[in-house]
Design a protein around this ligand. Structure first.
Ligand SMILES: Cc1ncc(C[n+]2csc(CCOP(=O)(O)OP(=O)(O)O)c2C)c(N)n1
Length: 348
């Protein structure tokens, strides 16, 4: 039996107006989705050219979920976006060239060549960079919410995690603590339906992952993660509720991982019909259609946006490839906490 609330698609432009999104904001969201996908497509090419060390991960199919949630955040809010959430960094203003530089381990990437290609976040944007042990980021996001509470700051922490991460103990600890303390945390579960090769029926026995929220004493919502407006509506509501002291919400964004787990995985275990079915719900295609029907996005303007994004990415790639490799002499800088001398310490 499902316990979480299911959301409806947002249909008319009237409802969107009520959300406070004007045409410029709507087109900005569309552009951010396209830039996100374009960065990841360029990443594939760079990987094949042998320019990206290690493996390479994308969030194809998750652009509406990542951009939708990030658009609802305020700059002072924070969180822990993961490898499917590049749209969060794009929406919060990380320039495309710096992300491509990060992919290639260059000095101008946010991790300055110190960490793997999707392990990036700018602390000045209140985002904390992920580690590979994905659910381990959940208590970190909750800790961020606790810090906001202790300092009395009206800020919200967003905790992203996947369906696979939901099966780990850290998820329980994080949600229980956030629920007990009614912390300003919004849990966003990117349910892209496969944890590597494990399908949903071997991941959880409840109808929806959002059903678990009730057990922690807060609200759970299931949203179509390919519908950016529905995601935005729920995220904005949950974030503002948390800011006002209403406690956590769990938003489960249902999407589909449109590629293998990473480039080294051809996803042979996913039935091809599923890819075909979810391709019809491509988040960028859906939003483009909505904009043409509700926001007078004509072919000419659409073409202009596409060309603008293409030019931006071409320039980004050029600039990223011109970025130097990090200087080995500075390898340890920014990796360990800097030691500070205790007052009164002397060499004697
Ligand atoms: C402790 C640990 N075990 C295994 C892995 C390998 N691994 C990385 S991501 C992943 C699946 C994650 O699934 P999910 O949380 O649903 O996120 P998704 O990648 O599907 O978006 C696995 C098994 C890891 N990084 N860390």
């Amino acid at each position: 039996m499902a316990i979480a609330r299911d959301t409806e698609p947002l249909g008319s432009s009237l409802e969107i107006g009520q959300l406070g999104l004007g045409r410029a904001e709507l087109l900005g969201m569309y552009r951010n989705m396209m830039i996100t996908r374009g960065i990841e497509e360029r990443g594939h090419i760079l990987y094949k050219q042998g320019k990206i060390p290690g493996s390479f991960y994308t969030g194809r199919g998750n652009e509406a979920a990542s951009v939708g949630v990030a658009t609802a955040m305020r700059p002072e809010d924070g969180g822990t976006p993961l490898h499917r959430d590049m749209g969060v960094h794009v929406t919060r203003g990380v320039e495309a060239w710096r992300i491509l530089a990060q992919y290639m381990g260059r000095a101008d990437g946010p991790a300055r060549g110190r960490d793997g290609n999707v392990h990036l976040a700018l602390i000045e944007q209140n985002l904390i960079s992920m580690v590979s042990h994905l659910p381990a980021m959940m208590p970190v996001a909750v800790g961020l919410g606790l810090a906001f509470r202790i300092r009395g700051e009206p800020r919200v922490s967003v905790c992203w995690y996947g369906d696979g991460a939901a099966a780990r103990g850290d998820a329980h600890e994080a949600m229980n603590f956030a629920g007990v303390r009614r912390l300003p945390v919004v849990f966003v579960c990117d349910n892209n339906q496969y944890a590597y090769s494990t399908p949903p029926q071997f991941e959880y026995a409840c109808a929806n992952l959002a059903d678990r929220a009730a057990g922690y004493g807060f609200e759970g919502i299931v949203v179509d993660g390919t519908d950016i407006l529905a995601v935005y509506e729920q995220a904005q509501r949950a974030i503002e509720k948390a800011r006002e002291g209403g406690g956590p919400t769990l938003i489960e964004c249902v999407t589909f991982r449109m590629e293998g787990h990473a480039v080294h995985d051809d996803a042979f275990y996913v039935p091809s019909e599923l890819f075909q079915e979810w391709a019809k719900r491509d988040p960028i295609g859906r939003f483009g259609l909505w904009l043409s029907e509700h926001a007078q996005l004509g072919e000419a303007e659409q073409g202009e946006i596409e060309n603008e994004v293409k030019a931006l990415l071409g320039e980004a790639q050029r600039r990223a490839e011109a970025s130097p490799m990090p200087d080995p002499a500075e390898l340890e800088q920014g990796v360990y906490a800097e030691s500070t001398e205790a007052p009164g310490d002397t060499d004697a």
